[in-house]
Design a protein around this ligand. Sequence first.
Ligand code: 5GP
Ligand code: ZN
Length: 112
Amino acid sequence: MDCIFCKIVDGSIPSKKVYEDDQIVCFYDLEPQAPVHALIIPKAHIACVDDINESNSSVVAHIFEKAPEIAKSLGLENGYRLVSNCGADAGQTVFHLHFHLLGGKKLNTNMA
Ligand code: 5GP
Ligand code: ZN
């Protein structure tokens, strides 16, 4: 499968990794939209939020369990935003589930 984030998981595309365990990887976004902008992804390929189901959702829970620890490790003591784009209207460009972890400044409150 030709998936950029699967290639980041297997190491064939380099990334600046922030965190990794057996289920998930967190790495810095290539085009940061905030002073801190990282992506948290499952190692297993899930295309987007639409494809989360009973058999794969434990990794999503794991992402949310680890997010506060990852945020703290990036110095986001004052808050952060965790967001996932799903589909065309949301502007999803990479079809491997990912959560943008954004912070390092007072973020824009207009989310749409
Ligand atoms: P989306 O628009 O799908 O929600 O977000 C995809 C994100 O992946 C974008 O913020 C984009 O900058 C980032 N991205 C795309 N390709 C790469 C890459 O090869 N490496 C890294 N680190 N980020 C990437
Ligand atoms: Zn993938």
